[in-house]
Design a protein around this ligand. Structure first.
Ligand code: GTP
Ligand code: MG
Length: 291
């Protein structure tokens, strides 16, 4: 499902009989064009050059394997499982600007927790759009999980408060909260999200177990800017890279971790309930540079 994230890089190198400086320069350009930040691309190529010399690697396929290893090592610290609370419920706050894939990711995640035998509750705290509440309801029905909602326009903090009370009363295992991706202003949005995190902290006596930012992997630099803003506002615990099935520019993942130093917890690979995977550095590196 996950492949060819570095299509051009792979095609450039595969089958080359020897490695010259021209190829290394082209490699750097191809990495940058796949959304790898310039400084990271320069370091990657330098490390590849040094190791190729050390290990007497002289052809393209050997270089591809080298790059896979380097990228895997770079990404491994950012491969971490979802935090789960020892005292239920585990609370997951899903964040992200509009259209990145929040609601779809919530549905996929709820499905996966349900399949594993957990009792799941969705929380409709995107009260800014009436359609957002309806969408989440449809997903909750499909997944067969609980949902807590209020009227369109109600206070999201109050929705979350009610939901946490209900989750305790019902013995819910996992609570997944949908939030708005857009309000009248960006300032209002961030203020509201911070307020939600405070309600959770007050009710649980600890922060949310996960504050996940959903990013659209096809948006490159925008994803990075969103990452910076949300991280500085609420302190993210992880990233979700949605729509990785729709891009040949997987470099955004390298860019995000090198800049934010926040783990990538999940990746989205399509629109169906089953299209969600835990992030794996090894799989990612292999997919980026297919053999
Ligand atoms: N190909 C692909 N499409 C996805 C993926 N995740 C979500 N989508 C699609 O992206 C679009 C937006 O997804 P939503 O889940 O509604 O996004 P959202 O962040 O909740 O958007 P708002 O509620 O408008 O803020 C939908 O058409 C989804 O089907 C994915 O991993 N791959
Ligand atoms: Mg939504």
């Amino acid at each position: 499902m996950l492949k060819g994230l570095f299509g051009r890089v792979t095609n450039l190198i595969r089958g080359r009989a020897n490695l010259d400086e021209e190829l290394m320069a082209e490699l750097e350009v191809a990495l940058i064009e796949a959304d790898v930040p310039v400084s990271v691309a320069v370091n990657l190529v330098q490390e590849a050059r040094d190791r190729a010399e050390q290990d007497h690697i002289t052809d393209g396929d050997g270089l591809l394997q080298l790059l896979r290893n380097i990228i895997r090592r770079m990404m491994t610290p950012y491969e971490q499982p979802l935090n789960e609370s020892l005292t239920p419920p585990t609370v997951i706050l899903m964040l992200g600007v509009n259209g990145t894939g929040k609601t779809t990711t919530i549905a996929k995640l709820a499905h996966s927790y349900q399949q594993a035998g957990n009792q799941v509750m969705m929380v409709a705290a995107d009260t800014f759009r009436a359609a957002a509440i309806e969408q989440l309801e449809i997903w909750a029905q499909r997944v067969g999980c609980d949902i807590v909602k209020q009227k369109f326009g109600s206070d999201p903090g109050a929705v979350v408060y009610d939901a946490l009370q209900a989750a305790r009363a019902r013995g819910t295992d996992v609570v997944i909260i949908d939030t708005a991706g857009r309000l009248h202003t960006k300032h209002n949005l961030m203020a509201e999200l911070v307020k939600i995190t405070r309600v959770i902290e007050r009710e649980l006596g600890r922060p949310a177990d996960e504050k996940l930012l959903v990013l659209d992997a096809t948006t490159g630099q925008n994803a990075l800017n969103q990452g910076r803003e949300f991280h500085s506002a609420v302190g993210l615990t992880g990233l979700v890279l949605a729509k990785l099935d729709s891009t040949a520019k997987g470099g955004v993942a390298l860019s995000l971790v090198s800049e934010l130093q926040v783990p990538i917890k999940l990746i989205g690979l399509g629109e169906k309930l089953g299209d969600l995977m835990a992030f794996s550095a090894a799989q990612f590196a292999d997919a980026m540079l297919e053999g």
